[in-house]
Each structure stands twice: as C-alpha cells, then as structure tokens.
Design a binder for this molecule. Structure first.
Ligand code: BG6
Length: 455
C-alpha cells in the first residue's frame, strides 16, 4: 500500500526485490536460493485510503494460500509514514484479511514501525485504535535496537553469569551513562526529523529500551510477558522530570556547520528540508533517577546527538570507588572501575580496573579487560531486522515493545516535552558539527562532580 499506486507484475517486483537485496546484503546472494525464495514473492498495490486495494490484497492472499499452502498466516508490516498507521489498520480490520479469522484459519500479526505516536496521548490513541482490530499478542511494535546482538546480549550478560548480579545495584554502582553518538546528520529525513527531534527519535524508544534492559529485575522466565513485565516496572519507576526540573535535568542542542571525518558539513538549519529557524533538537542530554530499591539515588545520564565526532553507542556502568585508598599515589583522580558495554561499533564489553605497573615502586595504572565479539566469535551476526522479522514470524514478541511499555516511555518523555514548551526558545545552533555537543551538557554531570565518558 502507498499514497500512490505503483503497479508491477510479480516478475517486475521480484526483479526490484533482487536488486534491493544485492544492494543491502552483506553476503553475495546465491542465485539458486534466490530463485526458490523469489517464487514466493507477489505484488499487489493499492492506496491507503481506497478499499479496492485491500480487496485485491485479500484475493491475492487467498490465492497464495491455496497455491503455496501458507495456511492463512499473515504478517502486515506498517513500514509507512506514521500518519497512515490508523487508516491502514482500520481498513485491514474491515477486509477479510484480518477480520473474523478463526485460529484454525491461520494467524495474523501486525508490525508497527516507530515512531509509535508523538506523545503520550497520541500513543494511547493509536494503541486503542490498533486494539480494535488486533489483539495485543498480534501487535509487534518494532524497535530495531532490541534486535541488535549486543543489545540482546545485555540480558545474557546480566542473567547468565552469577558474578554481576550481586554488585548490580545502588550499593556498588555509582552511576550509569548511556550514550548514542552519531556522526551522520539528518540526511534526507528532514521531513520526519523536524517533527520528531532527538528526544522522540532516539530517547523515547532506543535509549529507554537500553535503560530498561540494564536496570530491570531478573524476569521469572525468558518469555515475552515475563521480560515485558520487568521492563515496564523500570519505566514506570523513572522519576518524572517535569516543570521546573526540566531545565536543570535536560539539555538540548542543535548542530551548526562544522567538520566531521575531515569533511566540512552543513549546520542543521542549512540541511535540505529544514526550516532555517528550526528549533528542533539534534542533541539531548538528560539525567534521570529510578525510584526503586535497586536504583534509588543512582543517577542515569543519557545523551544522544547527531553530527558528533564519531558513531558510538555504549552503556558505561561506573562502580563506586574502593572504600580505602591504601596506596600512595592512588588519589581520587584515578578513574573508578567502569564496565562498558559497547553496542556499536567495536562491539564488546570491557572492564576497567587498576593494576600495578611493573617496577620496584608501587605505581598504579588503569587497564582494560576486553571482550570483543569479532575476535571471540568469528561469525557475522544477523542484522537487527533479520532477527526481529524472524521472531515475528515465529510469534515471539520478547524483542518488541508491549503497549504499556511504549506508553510508560511516552509518559516520561511527554513531561519533558511539555516542560520545554514553557521555556524560552533555545539559542540554536549551540554546538559545532564534529564536537561532543553543547557545553551546557557537561554541567549536567559536573554539578554532580562527574564527567561524561569520552567514547
Ligand atoms: C533510527 C533513528 O531509529 O535510529 C535515526 O530514526 C538514527 O535517526 C537511527 O540514525 C540509529 O540507528 P543505528 O542502528 O544506526 O544506531
């Protein structure tokens, strides 16, 4: 379905698909495998708002069921502009592809791309509307971060090892930093990004999901509901940042012109499709607290931005310092132990600790114990979308966001958005492309006598 109809024959569509796969696949495509796969590709086009397209789709699916014994099973993937979600879901509900379906006639699932709403109210409305057509167990709200190998490994790291759980709490952890830095700019997505901004685009979904995985309690089982239950509890325990606290706990930024990777780049306001007076943020830093027994008083600092010096997404767990400084020369300036989970690039985990430098005197230096995915497992991991699509086909929604998870995340984000509306317009641009964001972002940590980790 699209706004405009593109009518291809099945063969033309297969040709288009072949080209796209060759372009994006990280491995050469085996022609024999492709041919057998392509025989299962069909095309039917229609416009979002016109019922005929849905009718054609329903007829085609019935035919495919008959020819290929697909058992009436369907996944509808809403990879379209968010404003069209409601209409498509409603129309799917009205046509025979979803409605009146008995389980013995196969299953129907819907994947909804982000952004799922643009604030709490719209997310609730969309959830309510989707629920009129699909049961919650049929809805797969996608967040591609959850399909990344390194993100999936967070739960394995925490709960398949016995040594971390005892120290994973306020007694031993001083604070946590979650950073998602990007060197790219807004690219050709200005239309979407102008409406979204970094808080909605990255924090509401990807970063709060990372936070939930790091901070959740052990689930009672590795099943979708058990994992979602624990993630929701964390999201609901985040202390709201609203009203007067907003300026102190959140910093916004927007990049101006500068240099990235030795290349001169435009400022955000000069990018194609961006309002020259835009006050959309391309950078956010914020501090939050989680009000539960595990995390009371442990700050979580989050930051994300575009046109930063390099691409780096990581979670750094800062441990409390040793209680007694026995060694002369081991002064307070020595960094504490830090466990860093590198989501991308250089995927891996490292633990920073102190060691004695070889020699007659006791001199102490920080060293790293490092695990690198590339070196330990000499295999190329599947892409996040490969993992998530397969999970959806298999009916496993563990790595998707449940209704209450999305709404809890939006509740926290919407309070900040409302706080920003009450503030004077920010003086943008306030950081040069190729730098680590606005200077004020440092203050969020400096006020707590801490500093951002340099990725
Ligand atoms: C998307 C955002 O969800 O995630 C983009 O809309 C962002 O703005 C992207 O660039 C980052 O994803 P990744 O996988 O490159 O970290």
């Amino acid at each position: 379905m699209s706004r405009h109809e593109a009518t291809w024959s099945h063969d033309e569509f297969r040709g288009q698909a072949r080209e796209a796969v060759s372009q994006f696949s990280r491995r050469p495509v085996d022609p024999a495998i492709w041919d057998s796969f392509a025989r299962g590709l069909f095309h039917s086009s229609g416009q979002f708002e016109k019922p005929e397209g849905y009718k054609r789709l329903a007829d085609l699916l019935t035919e495919v069921d008959r020819e290929r014994c697909t058992g009436g099973n369907r996944v509808f993937y809403l990879a379209v502009q968010p404003s069209a979600y409601s209409e498509i879901v409603e129309r799917l509900g009205k046509c025979s592809v979803v409605n009146g379906r008995q389980p013995e006639n196969g299953w129907a699932r819907v994947i909804v791309e982000k952004p799922f709403g643009h604030d709490l109210e719209s997310a609730r409305a969309l959830n309510a509307q989707v629920a009129t057509v699909f049961r919650e167990d049929q809805v797969y709200r996608i967040d591609h971060y959850l399909g990344k190998e390194t993100v999936r490994n967070i739960l394995v790291f925490r709960f398949a090892n016995g040594i971390f759980e005892p120290v994973w709490n306020r007694r031993y952890i001083d604070h946590v930093q979650i950073s998602a830095a990007e060197s790219i700019g807004v690219g050709n997505r200005a239309g979407y990004y102008e409406e979204a901004g970094a808080l909605r685009d990255m924090v509401q979904n990807h970063m709060l999901q990372l936070l939930a995985l790091v901070a959740m309690e052990p689930p009672i089982a590795f099943s979708a509901d058990a994992v979602h239950n624990e993630k929701v509890k964390v999201l609901q325990a985040i202390r709201p940042v609203s009203g007067e606290e907003v300026p102190g706990s959140t910093i916004r930024g927007q990049y101006g012109p500068g240099w990235v990777d030795g290349r001169e780049v435009l400022g955000y306001r000069q990018e194609e499709g961006v309002d020259p007076n835009s006050s959309t943020e391309t950078y956010v830093a914020l501090k939050l607290l989680i009000d539960n027994w595990r995390w009371a008083d442990v700050p979580f600092y989050l930051r994300t931005g575009k046109r930063l010096p390099k691409r780096s997404t990581e979670i750094a767990i800062y441990f409390k310092r040793a209680p007694l400084l026995l060694f002369s020369g081991m002064d307070a300036s020595l960094e504490p132990n830090v466990l860093t989970i590198r989501i991308q690039p250089n995927e891996g985990i490292s633990l920073k600790f102190h060691a004695k430098e070889p020699g007659m005197t006791v001199r102490i230096r920080s060293v790293n114990m490092d695990f690198l995915y590339g070196a330990s497992f000499a295999v190329q991991p599947p892409s996040a979308y490969e993992t998530l699509l397969l999970d959806c086909l298999e009916g496993d929604s563990t790595l998707f966001a449940r209704r209450d998870e999305v709404e809890s995340a939006w509740a926290f984000i919407t309070a900040i958005l409302e706080g920003w509306l009450d503030l004077p317009k920010p003086a943008f641009p306030n950081y040069e492309a190729g730098t680590w964001g606005p200077d004020e972002a440092k203050l969020v940590l400096e006020r707590d006598s801490r500093s951002w980790r340099r990725p």
